[in-house]
Design a binder for this molecule. Structure first.
Ligand SMILES: Nc1ncnc2c1ncn2[C@@H]1O[C@H](COP(=O)(O)OP(=O)(O)OP(=O)(O)O)[C@@H](O)[C@H]1O
Ligand SMILES: [Mg+2]
Length: 489
């Protein structure tokens, strides 16, 4: 029997279609968060009664034949399927049902198929379980019994998924806090493994929030210097006038306000690792001094006469394009080669396939524990909005969004509203205007970040006037982000 002749609309859901129902799927927005259930049966009355019984808890899809079932399955990827073994063209036998079962499992080995059979063909039901079905129930259908089976199947599906994520997380935790199963991050891990024990200076580059400091710490933790100090200094965060003394230290009386002698960070990193963050922001004068230190392994404190020999490994990081800075004579090429004997490029989060969900789950566990919240997970729609977001602020943005969602969440699962993400797709389905806006947005954000959100400088870099930049930020919805720049903090 075809879907049409059953008198139901293919892929329709069971909920009463209120004014908010989508004209394409018939789904209302609140249905989207429910798990998907596909019911396969050639008996129209069974389909309809199952539909009404389970619409409250599931997004229900219906199919009347093997072909319909497989097609709907491919389109909707339901987690659960109830499958009548007796399907047309031979509703008395079980062959079509078994073929459908095999097809579904081939499409998704994790799907939970619950087989429906008559009391008389118990043997077929057992064979179906042997072939990979999760469970079976007999006709006439007892709704409450089916409800329990479905709930158990769903729970098992969730546990299996969580287990896979946990296992993956454990494997990757070998780099302390660095998580990542994507090939690009695996590449980063294997480089860390290879170079950590060498003494060579390392230059880490990557967009803001990609984990440059974590990588630097992992390198230190795996080096022979791990018992020594790890001393970070952010060259962009300290005013230039203070940076020299912060790096090299000073003698008492070296300048007004130098009441006592003070060791600089380079000296403090003796025997360990010095992490020079945002190296692209170092002034040309300090670049010369740093280069001298890298060549001679000696420093003099400001106002001092004595040379101090320092044994430290230098790891530098940058989120700006140093090649560009060299081209513009803002960064010394000789220093670049000294620092970047080994280079590690950290990929942006949007290029790490599979890592977003893994990281999201790990942050979810961390912040649920911290804020003592009981959250079961993230809804399917929430997960897909995470997967489709561009993540300009990378892992730090993801961490902040999950933390905020854990604080805000009302229900048992984090929804896409809690994450405050747009649901526009990452690629495909994007109009030319959307694509252009996306590129504009990325460029403007990058320039703003490079200029520490200084509007005058950013406007000059972009070749537009300040009021125009202001308008553009409004149009590209960047102003709000700059105001609540928490994802980038
Ligand atoms: N692979 C990862 N696994 C787990 N947590 C990560 C990972 N990468 C980054 N984080 C987390 O994201 C946040 C940002 O990381 P980190 O400070 O190392 O980034 P960064 O590249 O140095 O950023 P910025 O350019 O802004 O200085 C930190 O809270 C860090 O713990
Ligand atoms: Mg950093």
């Amino acid at each position: 029997m075809s879907a049409g002749s059953l008198g139901y609309e293919k892929n329709s859901t069971l909920s009463e279609e209120g004014p908010l129902a989508s004209p394409l799927t018939g789904l209302r927005s609140q249905d989207m968060d429910k798990p998907k259930l596909l019911i396969v049966d050639d008996d129209e009355s069974i389909l309809l009664s199952m539909k009404w019984a389970f619409a409250q808890d599931y997004q229900v899809f219906l199919a009347g034949s093997r072909q319909d079932a497989l097609e709907t399955f491919r389109n909707e990827r339901p987690l659960l399927v109830t499958l009548d073994l007796g399907l047309p063209p031979c509703p008395q036998g079980a062959d079509e049902g078994f073929l459908a079962l095999a097809g579904l499992i081939e499409e998704d080995p994790d799907v939970k198929v619950i087989v429906v059979s008559g009391q008389s063909d118990r043997q077929n039901a057992l064979t179906a379980v042997a072939c990979g079905a999760y469970d079976f129930f007999f006709k006439p259908i007892q709704v409450e019994e089916v409800r329990v089976i479905l709930r158990r199947a769903l729970r098992l599906h969730q546990l299996e998924k969580e287990n896979r994520l946990l296992l993956a997380a454990q494997v990757k935790n070998s780099f302390d806090e660095l998580l990542g199963t994507s090939p690009k991050m695996q590449q980063v891990f294997s480089t860390i493994e290879k170079v950590a024990a060498t003494e060579a200076p390392i230059l880490i580059s990557g967009e803001s929030g990609t984990g440059k400091e974590l990588v630097a710490r992992a390198l230190h933790g795996r080096s022979q210097r791990k018992a020594g100090p790890f001393v970070p200094i952010n060259c962009a965060a300290i005013p230039e006038t203070l940076l020299e003394s912060e790096l090299f230290g000073h003698e008492k009386g070296a300048f007004t306000g130098a009441h006592t002698q003070r060791s600089g960070r380079i000296e403090l990193a003796n025997g360990g690792t010095l992490f020079l963050d945002e190296i692209g922001d170092l002034s040309l004068g300090l670049q010369v001094k740093l280069l001298r230190f890298l060549q001679e392994h000696k420093i003099e404190r400001i106002g001092g006469r004595k040379e101090i020999i320092i044994d430290t490994r230098v790891i530098a990081a940058t989120n700006t394009d140093l090649d560009l800075a060299i081209g513009e004579a803002r960064f010394r090429e000789d220093l670049y080669y000294r620092l970047g004997v080994i280079k590690i490029q950290i990929p942006p989060l949007r290029e790490r396939e599979g890592d977003i969900e893994l990281l999201a789950m790990s942050f979810l566990r961390r912040y649920c524990a911290e804020y003592k919240k009981k959250v079961l997970g993230i809804t399917e729609k929430g997960l897909s909005s995470l997967a489709n977001h561009m993540w300009p602020g990378n892992v730090r943005e993801l961490e902040n969004r999950i933390r905020r969602a854990v604080i805000m969440v009302q229900g048992r699962k984090i929804t896409h509203e809690d994450l405050e993400l747009e649901t526009s797709p990452k690629s495909g389905g994007m109009t030319l205007r959307e694509a252009r806006e996306k590129t504009d947005r990325e460029l403007v954000l990058r320039v703003l970040k490079e200029n520490n959100f200084n509007l005058a400088k950013s406007a000059a870099n972009l070749g537009i006037s300040r009021p125009n930049l202001y308008d553009l930020m409004e149009k590209l919805r960047i102003r709000k982000e700059v105001r609540n720049s928490s994802p980038y903090q």
